[in-house]
Design a protein around this ligand. Structure first.
Ligand SMILES: [Zn+2]
Length: 620
């Protein structure tokens, strides 16, 4: 083999090996932002000079680029305003507030000019979406650099971002710069902003913010000039500032967004975790000082546990920033409100931190698959909070009595009210905010918890680790997750997504009859009373105090879960064909010895009517 041939063979093997083991390997576009911001804190306005280099990894030639101008949503008559005015259950934080904003209270992003190679480009602003026609299209594999000059005004705090939060934080700077819309195998994700979720390309940020010296800043990215800034970023003394404004220079790599908070009265605490990840805390001292000062040690413990359970965190820093209007996740950081009890502050901190795994590092499209992002985050949060409760390190926080009890309750309420929509609904397009919330957070979390019932808890944990490892920085979709679970467990799961994700069909099993066949054998008849099929675990308690456990796989699984799980050992039964409404099986026990038969003794199946899941049948 000549050298070229050898090179090609090695290259081929390399590419093949990536393809062979990586579930989520597919093309993606990359973006690099370099921006200079000059902030006027008297007017709450800033100017931006932003360079964007966009690398086209797609097989398509791009003639047009789209950007989000989120701030334009904070104006009377905007899509977001109208959505809030007309939806039956508006977010209380928004309501009619956008409609009442005055000129100096609205948000805006005014684009002054866009250049490609020094030539001005034509562009159209569709409220929160900027459409830019390129002079020269970007060919597959090529890159383009644009320069955008703009003016912006920070609106009064309404939703997630803005000035003067309820807790008095001056600036919560999320969704604040012209952000490239995501282009992937589904095309452009240029949804006008109505206050919901986000999705963007991975890339680099180089951000310089010039602002009044009185402010302290914290958020995404590593500060590049701590020796100039001081303010808790360096232990060394920093001399008097030379001018009225300071330029804060941040960099972040391999992230898809950049958030910052700014306040003249932030206290800035730091804490190094055992794995040398630097935690930063920005908050206003006051009635909640004590609560915030307990947070670092607890979050450090949580961080260690999370990395062990859900995979390694790839950055060296994470910032908890008081601001916003509840809790919202951003790469390497979060904006959270701070006037809370300690268990509540820990709860929101753990939830937003967990998003780093699903929204941050995996880069799940949280607009299209909110149930994966919020649901998986809710799942992990429950596990972490339960663990912190067990360790007893958060005064007032106990271990969970039953995991996911509030998720179950939310889901059951939604089903009973008849307002369900399938999890495939785009986050913007749910009829009701309540249904978006319960579907994404609760039904999404239950997707995982119930999956542990189907494939076993150990397989679920391995699946989550493997999914994170294989799909990080690759924007995985529901099928990527399902395929990972199938590979880990050896169980086919398409049917599970088809019912639980793509439909609103529900689960309802029952013990139909139990009769004595003869003196030594009893016959148990189970029935499926609703559309969604599931495997069935069955417990039989005998009068001598012992118990037998059976597992009945669904024929669509082409396999079964491990027969030992925790303290239970299951006997494997014949498959239940999903088209059969009844399942009959005989057990070698006299009826007189059977005290109780129970469907799903581990209490994970999301059966909408559990009353008929036990025998002796009550009230019948
Ligand atoms: Zn969340």
């Amino acid at each position: 083999m000549n050298r070229m041939m050898k090179y090609l063979v090695v290259l081929f093997l390399f590419l093949f090996s990536i393809h062979a083991h990586s579930q989520c390997e597919r093309w993606q576009n990359k973006v690099s932002y370099k921006m200079e911001i000059d902030f006027d804190t008297d007017r709450h306005q800033y100017t931006g000079d932003q360079f964007i280099t966009y690398t086209n990894g797609s097989p398509d030639t791009l003639h047009t680029l789209y950007f989000h101008l989120f701030l334009n949503a904070f104006q009377p008559g905007s899509s977001m305003d109208m959505r809030s005015l007309t939806i039956r259950d508006p977010d209380r934080r928004v309501g009619a507030r956008i409609n009442q904003l005055k000129e100096d209270e609205i948000g805006y992003q005014k684009i002054n000019a866009i250049f490609q190679d020094g030539e001005g480009l034509r562009f159209t602003i569709h409220e929160t979406i900027l459409e830019v026609g390129l002079d020269q299209p970007v060919l597959p594999g090529d890159a383009v650099t644009l320069r955008i000059l703009y003016d912006a005004q920070v609106p009064l705090q309404i939703r997630r971002m803005g000035r003067m939060s309820d807790e008095g934080i001056h600036y919560s700077m999320a969704q604040w710069y012209p952000r490239l819309c995501q282009y992937d195998e589904l095309g452009w994700h240029n949804n006008p902003y109505i206050g919901r979720e986000f999705y963007g390309s991975f890339g680099e940020f180089d951000v310089s913010i010039t602002i009044d010296t009185s402010y302290t800043l914290g958020g995404t990215g590593y500060l590049q000039n701590p020796e100039v800034i001081g303010k808790g970023y360096t232990d060394d003394p920093v001399g008097p500032y030379a001018s009225e404004k300071l330029t804060w220079h941040f960099k972040a790599d391999n992230v898809h967004d950049f958030m910052w908070g700014a306040d003249p009265e932030y206290t800035h605490d730091t804490y190094l975790t055992r794995d040398s990840i630097l935690l930063r805390f920005f908050y206003r001292k006051g009635e909640n000082t004590e609560v915030w000062s307990s947070l670092p040690e607890i979050m450090s413990e949580a961080f260690d546990f999370i990395q062990q359970k859900f995979g390694p965190y790839p950055y060296r820093q994470y910032a908890f920033v008081q601001g916003g209007d509840g809790g919202m996740e951003y790469p390497m950081s979060t904006l959270i409100t701070g006037h809370r009890s300690l268990p509540s502050l820990v709860g929101v901190s753990v939830h937003e931190l967990m998003h780093s795994w699903y929204q941050g590092v995996l880069g799940i499209n949280e607009s299209l698959h909110p149930w994966m992002d919020e649901g998986f985050t809710t799942y992990a949060t429950e596990i972490v909070m339960d663990e912190l409760g067990r360790r007893g390190i958060v005064p007032g926080l106990a271990p969970k009595e039953k995991l996911f009890s509030s998720s179950y309750a939310g889901y059951y309420n939604m089903v009973e009210a008849g307002i369900q929509e399938p999890l495939t609904t785009h986050a913007d397009h749910y009829d009701l905010n309540t249904v978006y919330g319960i579907s994404s957070y609760s039904k999404g979390a239950l997707y995982l918890y119930q999956l542990s019932y189907i494939i076993g808890q150990e397989n679920l944990e391995k699946t989550l680790l493997s999914f994170y490892d294989r799909c990080k920085f690759h924007h995985p979709n529901p099928d990527d997750f399902r395929r990972t679970a199938e590979k880990v467990s050896g169980i086919k799961l398409k049917w599970y997504n088809e019912y639980w994700v793509n439909s609103i069909k529900v689960i309802d099993y029952a013990i139909d009859t139990i009769i004595a066949l003869d003196d030594t054998t009893s016959r148990i008849v189970l029935s499926r009373d609703a559309e969604m099929p599931m495997p069935i675990d069955l417990g039989v308690e005998l009068s001598d105090g012992s118990a037998l456990y059976y597992t009945i796989p669904l024929n669509l699984m082409f396999g079964h879960k491990p027969l030992t799980e925790g303290d239970k050992t299951y006997q494997l039964m014949a498959d239940w064909d999903w088209t059969y409404p009844k399942y009959i099986f005989d057990i070698p026990q006299p009826l007189s010895k059977i005290e109780k038969v129970i469907i799903d003794p581990s209490n994970r199946l999301i059966d909408i009517d559990r009353a008929d899941n036990t025998y002796p049948l009550k009230d019948r």
